[in-house]
Design a protein around this ligand. Structure first.
Ligand SMILES: Nc1ncnc2c1ncn2[C@@H]1O[C@H](COP(=O)(O)OP(=O)(O)OP(=O)(O)O)[C@@H](O)[C@H]1O
Ligand SMILES: [Mg+2]
Length: 503
């Protein structure tokens, strides 16, 4: 019998019907075969399916169970000899089968708990493309209006909203190699937190977050993101307002400093006579003036003719030139205001000043939260490997460990951002239960990520090296499984663009 010929028009209709069928949820991709397990299974693929695709299959004891394609392989009968025949232009009969390896994710039981079946799936069972509702339900992608809308599930029209309380209570990390979008993505999270009136302090060594105040240049996008600046919520502070003109000066009260600490900061010997001279001058000023500056102390030491205080004086002059101390420091209740965001712009400050500011502020935030003197809040630290390193100690190492382990009890959430996960204190990194991982290629950093992200499969860990700009793996934040995320565009101006060296 002759085949039935379709007109061009009919062909188009039929192709578009096939395309629609392929894209429609519930579309069958193949049949389970071979040895079938509880946590993984294989299926012969009868319709194209990609690695990472979510699928669903029926199970005798559950309704639909969600799975994910971990890998796809094409098995063929092409031998070396056949390959040679092919290279010589001969015709060869190629037999091939495409096989998908599927990881079982699970289903929600009638109490809403995520479960995996207790016994294997049946061989011969059909595997379908998962329906969006099942994906949402099993992965915990709730349409929570107070959730942080960080983007969409990669390849799907499903919003990913992270639970803000979970992020704040159980800490957050954003990990990626340099230039992969850490600050951009953190900016997205901060925008969402600002919308939800989360009180925040951002420790910003490179001045990448001030631009959150201004509306971005957002082009039309599928995420429904519109330009918005957050200038009404943000106040910027800086130890160096000359370099950062939009910022208010950030100063610390000199009278709150301990003489030994002062000498340590400027590398002056902590001999009994040096400590005694400084302590004496500071005590006298405290008794007579209450508030006093470094220059008051220097003047008093110069007036005192007993002993030699020249090294203390020159140390104090060095400290004064750093410009971080004043008779009256910036008030913490000016920095931390309920529902507002303070950006501590450290751009241009020397590393010792940055270390001092980060240590003093983080300690003050923790102590004030413990005494309930400031609202529950979130503290973000960019370049965290400098403030809580895995090797060696910095001024702020201890307080970061304390906040990571105890912050939850006191309502102080920590957000760690770093380009060197392997160089961040494991005690801190391991306490961050929500992780956003962008492209990472350094083998030590990959290892650090693999060991700190719960539920990250080997296949996903491999993918970290291949993520494109704008893609992330997100774990925690109320999700039941790590998943691939397309980060939504920023509403506010992106402050991290690279500077051209040529042309
Ligand atoms: N989701 C995204 N969509 C569009 N552009 C992005 C996205 N993420 C990052 N970019 C762009 O990629 C570049 C690098 O991003 P970003 O500055 O955030 O990287 P980074 O990891 O913070 O780098 P660094 O380590 O140098 O601070 C920027 O030009 C930014 O605009
Ligand atoms: Mg950055």
């Amino acid at each position: 019998m002759d085949g039935i010929c379709l007109t061009d028009h009919e062909k188009e209709d039929s192709e578009s019907a096939m395309e629609q069928e392929k894209n429609s949820t519930g579309d069958m991709i193949g049949i389970t075969f071979g040895d079938v397990g509880i946590t993984s299974l294989k299926c012969n693929v009868c319709k194209p399916v990609d690695k990472g695709e979510y699928v669903m299959m029926a199970h005798p004891t559950a309704d639909w169970v969600l799975g994910q394609v971990e890998s796809v392989e094409r098995k063929t009968n092409v031998s070396v000899e056949m390959a040679m025949e092919l290279s010589m232009g001969e015709e060869v009969d190629i037999e091939e089968t495409v096989i998908a390896h599927i990881k079982v994710i699970g289903f929600r039981d009638n109490r809403g708990l995520l479960k995996t079946p207790g016994n294997p799936f049946r061989a011969g069972e059909k595997i379908h493309i998962a329906e969006d509702d099942l994906i949402r339900d099993v992965l915990g992608l709730k349409d929570d209006e107070n959730g942080a809308f960080v983007g969409r599930l990669r390849g799907h029209d499903i919003d990913v909203k992270l639970n803000i309380n979970t992020m704040a209570q159980k800490h957050l990390s954003v990990l990626a190699k340099t230039g992969s979008g850490k600050s951009y993505t953190t900016g997205v999270i901060i925008e969402e937190m600002m919308k939800n009136n989360v009180t925040m302090v951002i420790l910003d060594p490179h001045g990448e977050y001030s631009s959150l105040a201004k509306a971005g240049n957002v082009s039309t996008n599928d995420f429904g993101v519109k330009p918005r600046g957050y200038g009404d919520i943000i106040t910027e502070f800086s130890p160096d307002p000359e370099i950062n003109p939009g910022a208010k000066p950030l100063k610390f009260s000199f009278r709150n400093m301990k003489p030994r600490k002062i000498l340590e900061m400027v590398g002056v010997n902590k001999t009994q006579s040096n400590v005694g001279a400084l302590d004496g001058a500071m005590s006298r000023l405290a008794a007579s003036k209450g508030f006093y500056s470094i220059s008051d102390v220097i003047r008093l030491l110069k007036e005192n003719e007993e002993g030699d205080s020249s090294s203390v004086i020159s140390g104090l002059e060095t400290l004064d030139s750093k410009g971080i101390f004043a008779a009256r420091g910036t008030r913490m209740d000016d920095i931390v205001r309920e529902g507002k965001n303070a950006i501590i712009n450290l751009k241009g400050s020397e590393p010792d000043v940055q270390a001092f500011v980060v240590c003093r502020l983080s300690t003050a935030l923790f102590e004030l939260r413990k005494r309930n003197k400031i609202p529950p809040m979130m503290m973000f630290a960019e370049e965290a490997h400098n403030f809580c390193p895995q090797r060696g100690k910095t001024e702020s190492s201890e307080i970061f460990q304390t906040i990571a382990s105890e912050g939850r009890k006191f309502g102080l959430g920590l957000g760690i951002i770093t380009q060197r996960p392997a160089k961040v204190d494991k005690n801190v990194l391991s306490q961050c239960n929500t992780q956003l991982i962008l492209k990472v290629t350094n083998p030590n950093d990959l290892k650090a990520i693999e060991s700190s992200v719960e539920g990250l499969s080997k296949e996903m860990a491999e993918e970290v090296q291949r993520l494109s700009i704008g893609e992330a793996i997100v774990s925690g934040g109320g999700l039941s499984e790590p998943l691939f995320l397309e980060v939504r565009p920023r509403e506010s101006k992106d402050g991290g663009s690279s500077i051209r060296v040529v042309g």
